[in-house]
Write a protein that binds this ligand. Structure first.
Ligand code: NAP
Length: 260
């Protein structure tokens, strides 16, 4: 594995990354592995083999990586993942809540209770329940951090058909600040990364090539982001050595797409 992140900053630390089977979460899991962490990578809905999900890892890196899968939109999803976490890592220093998606572009008049439940269960409820359930483990850590994944759409409202997804991300951004305030006395920092338009399966699914090309032109840095562009922000927010005085913040990673 080639990685721009080469250090032992996270050596001995235990990290859970959700939605790490592809896209941003996969790049984040790889960055934690490259910096020495033990990682439980939740790869998404379907169980994946180690070589299939993270091909070509060196043996030393491989033995620091465990994989698991479960539906985080399901009522029992967070509990299942937390049980696996206790069995595999036995404790936790960093929780990265990253699993999420739009679950379709649904026009405002077509939004119904079922769509509301699907979008909010995955993008908001799973973050709430995983964070709450991880707290007993995080309280044992001298380097505890939660890093959530929100979205530029939490502030802009997103593009048509994404109203519930965008609102769910805004929920998580506010939940981030609330938990940060509440957990600061326990030494647990809570922050979020807010990606702009990052080229992953998310946009291959929900945006046309024409829309993406127009977006790239409108971005001050004149390109779409990559998962690797996001990974450094997660490492920064997870490491007390780098961001020990940062909590309750949302770090925007968007090439200048939104400045305010
Ligand atoms: N790409 C962007 O431009 C962008 C912008 C702002 C925010 N974000 C956010 O960044 C995060 C990662 O997105 P991405 O672009 O990397 O998307 P992605 O490539 O589609 O990856 C999404 C990940 O979430 C997992 N996931 C989806 N539904 C799930 C469920 N019901 N239960 C468990 N896991 C589930 C997926 O697993 P499967 O492989 O099984 O589907 C996958 O691992 C998401 O929270 C997304 O909302 C992305």
């Amino acid at each position: 594995m080639r990685s721009p992140f080469r250090s032992d900053l996270f050596a001995g630390r235990r990290v859970l990354v959700t939605g790490a089977g592809r896209g941003i979460g996969k790049a984040v899991a790889e960055a934690f592995l490259a910096t020495g962490a033990r990682v439980l990578a939740h790869t998404g809905l379907q169980p994946r083999g180690l070589e299939e999900a993270f091909p070509g890892l060196a043996p030393e890196t491989r033995q620091r990586l465990s994989l698991t899968a479960c539906d985080l939109a399901a009522a029992e999803g967070a509990g299942t993942l937390l049980a696996t976490l206790r069995e595999t890592l036995g404790g936790l220093d960093v929780l990265v809540n990253n699993a999420g998606t739009m679950l379709g572009r649904v026009p405002a008049e077509a939004v119904d209770a079922a769509h509301y439940a699907r979008v909010l269960d995955l993008n908001a409820r799973s973050v709430v329940l995983l964070s709450a359930g991880a707290l007993p483990l995080l309280r044992e850590s001298p380097a505890a951090a939660i890093v959530n994944t929100v979205s530029i759409s939490a502030r802009t409202g997103g593009s048509p058909g994404s109203s519930l997804y965008s609102a769910a991300k805004a929920f998580v951004a506010t939940h981030t600040r609330s938990l940060a305030r509440e957990l600061a006395p326990d030494g647990i920092r809570v922050n979020a990364v807010s990606p702009g338009t990052i080229m992953t399966d998310f946009h291959r699914r929900y945006s046309t090539p024409e829309k993406l090309a127009a977006t790239a032109q409108s971005i001050p840095l004149k390109r779409l982001g990559t998962p690797e562009d996001c990974a450094g922000a997660y490492l920064f927010l997870a490491a007390p050595e780098l961001s020990g005085y940062v909590t309750g913040q949302v770090v925007e990673v968007n090439g200048g797409q939104l400045m305010a």
